[in-house]
Design a protein. Structure first.
Length: 118
């Protein structure tokens, strides 16, 4: 059973930066893609960024140029560096993982709150 644990959320002023971390266990040796999702109050969960085992990345248009996703396969860690944060980035951020040959994210963390004040 895979387990994902996020950390690094918090309160920051607009224009500031935060770095989220995701510690993964139970996925060792499996070719899997990882992603960061977020869900704001009364909004649907959305994919923010994702990264393959080899480092191929995807970003939502709303975060391109501001967020950077990365991963350390040896340490089973994934990161999201968030710069130039905006109030509209306020949400609960979730770490997720899926097998490379699957279209569905099947493993999820508990989420970490990011609040950006104006």
């Amino acid at each position: 059973q895979a387990q994902l644990v996020e950390s690094g959320g918090g309160l920051v002023q607009a224009g500031g930066s935060l770095r989220l971390s995701c510690a993964a266990s139970g996925l060792t040796g499996i070719n899997y893609r990882m992603g960061w999702f977020r869900q704001a109050p009364e909004k649907e969960r959305e994919l923010v960024a994702s990264i393959s085992w080899s480092g191929t990345t995807y970003y939502a248009d709303s975060v391109k140029g501001r967020f950077t996703i990365s991963r350390d396969n040896a340490m089973n860690m994934m990161y999201l560096q968030m710069n130039s944060l905006k109030p509209e980035d306020t949400a609960v951020y979730f770490c997720a993982a899926r097998r490379a040959d699957s279209g569905t994210y099947s493993s999820w963390g508990q989420g970490t709150q990011v609040t950006v004040s104006s």
